[in-house]
Design a protein around this ligand. Structure first.
Ligand SMILES: NC(=O)c1ccc[n+]([C@@H]2O[C@H](COP(=O)([O-])OP(=O)(O)OC[C@H]3O[C@@H](n4cnc5c(N)ncnc54)[C@H](OP(=O)(O)O)[C@@H]3O)[C@@H](O)[C@H]2O)c1
Length: 241
């Protein structure tokens, strides 16, 4: 796929492993300078090395408002701009709603919804004066479906869709494009925990999600795609969409 992101500044959250790592590598390969963030500095430094040259590590716990502010203050000071934000960081905790811990519910919402919301807010403040930018939110198939054992996580991904839809309308007048990608099961530690019933060899590859991000960024200034649902090949087509 032909996409030239030379001189673009991108921020990928949850970049230390899994899908975020793949997206960061793909953006850097396309020429962007990628700011990679998550909590685990050592893991981020490994990804920085793999990328080689075109990455900056800024650690942050995105469930903490102060950390989100510190991350964006640094980006503002060092780069003065942000062209691409990929909101990918999220956690999942599993169990039936009837006895699900409310503190676990709060942990999920604090990162997956509030953290993402805060990142959108700060990114918009940089992008509005530029009159350009892309915000891509990694939602999930549970952004439109419901799975057992996943009520809190499912609520968070429905909320991500709500934020994405409203922001997409608000951002349009500033020439900022906002999208959601909704993957089914992807081959990461996260999926092995969430869906131990699935055979890892049939899971989507993290690189497939990275390609979806590049696809969005490759579109001309005449076209945009609001959401991309990526399903496992052995899943049923057109379920719930
Ligand atoms: N894998 C799937 O089947 C699947 C399917 C649909 C959607 N998704 C979505 O895809 C995204 C990535 O998932 P994944 O499978 O790659 O998960 P993963 O391997 O568990 O990676 C999650 C990332 O989020 C970071 N993170 C966790 N808590 C954080 C916090 N408080 N502050 C900042 N960063 C934090 C982690 O890094 P640290 O631990 O270093 O902080 C890690 O880099 C998520 O939004 C997930 O909901 C995944």
């Amino acid at each position: 796929m032909q996409v030239n992101l030379k001189d673009r500044i991108a921020l990928v959250t949850g970049a230390s492993r899994g899908i975020g790592r793949s997206i960061s590598m793909a953006l850097a390969q396309a020429g962007a300078h990628v700011i990679i963030t998550s909590r685990n500095v050592e893991q981020l430094q490994k990804v920085e090395k793999e990328i080689g040259g075109n990455a900056t590590v800024i650690p942050a716990d995105l469930s903490a408002h102060d950390d989100v502010d510190a991350l964006f203050d640094l980006i503002t000071d060092r780069e003065g701009r942000l062209d691409i934000l990929v909101n990918n960081a999220a956690i999942g905790l599993w169990g039936h709603l009837v006895d699900f811990s409310i503190s676990d519910f709060d942990k999920i919402i604090k990162l997956n919804v509030r953290g993402l919301y805060l990142c959108c807010q700060r990114a918009m403040k940089l992008m509005i004066p530029q009159k350009s930018g892309y915000i891509i939110n990694i939602s999930s198939v549970v952004g439109f479906k419901g799975y057992p054992n996943q009520s809190a996580y499912t609520a968070s991904k429905h909320a991500v869709m709500g934020i994405t839809k409203s922001l997409a309308v608000e951002a349009r007048e500033h020439n900022i494009q906002v999208s959601a990608i909704q993957p089914g099961g992807v081959e990461t530690d996260f999926a092995f925990e969430a869906r131990p019933d699935l055979d890892p060899s049939i899971l989507i590859k993290p690189e497939d999600i990275a390609q979806s991000v590049l696809f969005l960024l490759s579109l001309s200034d005449r076209a945009w795609v609001d959401q991309i649902y990526v399903r496992r090949r052995n899943g049923t087509p057109f379920v719930g969409v």
